[in-house]
Design a protein around this ligand. Structure first.
Ligand code: FES
Length: 134
């Protein structure tokens, strides 16, 4: 019974619904240090991830998400998880870790969680390609 109460009709956990209803760090970042864009070939949704970097650490992250409930929830959660991480730590952040932080995603929605982690990793690559001679 308890388990039933924590999962919405769509199979989303309460944490997913919380993030979806009140997403954090959404929108465009002015003057980012790195930007990563990915599209989901399965559904055509898309996501743009922005990072601000200082002394090897991600000090701010924002995201523009054009996607489903899972994509919005994972985007929001990913920004919150990476702020404060070093670039090396953020590179290791996997979609499984993001899904776990949301108490899991329905199996058919796991592909949606690729977007945020992939876009984050691209944003880091973008940053590093601009700072390779530092
Ligand atoms: Fe497109 Fe989830 S259905 S990102």
């Amino acid at each position: 019974m308890n388990e039933l109460r924590t999962v919405s009709k769509m199979g989303y956990s309460e944490k997913v619904m919380e993030q979806f209803k009140n997403p954090q760090n959404m929108g465009k970042m002015e003057d980012p240090d790195g930007v990563g864009t990915v599209g989901n070939p399965v559904c055509g949704d898309m996501l743009k991830f922005y990072i601000k970097v200082k002394d090897g650490k991600i000090v701010d992250a924002k995201v523009e998400t054009f996607g489903c409930v899972a994509a919005i929830a994972t985007s929001s959660m990913t920004t919150q998880m990476v702020i404060g991480m070093t670039l090396e730590e953020a590179k290791e952040l996997s979609r499984q870790q993001v899904a776990e932080a949301l108490d899991g995603l329905p199996p058919h929605k796991m592909h949606c969680s690729n977007l945020a982690a992939d876009a984050l990793h691209k944003a880091i690559e973008d940053y590093e390609s601009q700072h390779s001679n530092d």
